[in-house]
Design a protein around this ligand. Sequence first.
Ligand SMILES: [Zn+2]
Length: 213
Amino acid sequence: MVSPSAPTATDYTLTTNRDGSIVRWNPCAPIHYAVNAALAADPAGALADTQAAIAKVAAASGLTFAYDGSTTVVPTRAWLDGGGSASSTLVIAWAAPGSQAGDSDLFGADADGEGGWTESGVSKDGQTWTWQIKRGFVVVDPAGAAGYAPGFGAGQSRGVLLMHELGHAVGLGHVDNQRDVMFPVITSSSRAQWGPGDLAGLTRVGKTAGCIS
Ligand SMILES: [Zn+2]
């Protein structure tokens, strides 16, 4: 029998650039986000859970978010690479995995949701570069999400799924500790509360990391 190890504040993973800087949003400007919940079983509930999950990211990281309203954008690799509309730089959408029109090709294998980002760099001298996330996404598979309870209760909730994927969208990777939301699998023992590792990681990509200018 294996018991989950005690949570520690170092249970987080980040992505770093070649110069050692951490991949993150600029915390000194609001992240404009829009939601495409048309394909959710309950669009109003899905939107409410998304906004609550955004608020949990904001509270833990100090990042600020501005809600731009609903959108018809479905994040795809092409969108992430700069195509189509980006009036909102973070889009959360319910969409089927696939490559047909209206699908998203951003899902990993067997994933009920996926979250991520793309960054771009600027350089004044071609030597040193300043990097920041320019677009982020969360996609939720409506069929896969059917097994998740609405809200933020214990176990497989839509809330913890959204928190996990939004964690990816602000730069967090997976961790080994089951007490953290960034554990790769959402199970009956998941909790829709940030664990110590999540909180430490969100601090590293948040307001206290300083402005990117
Ligand atoms: Zn994940």
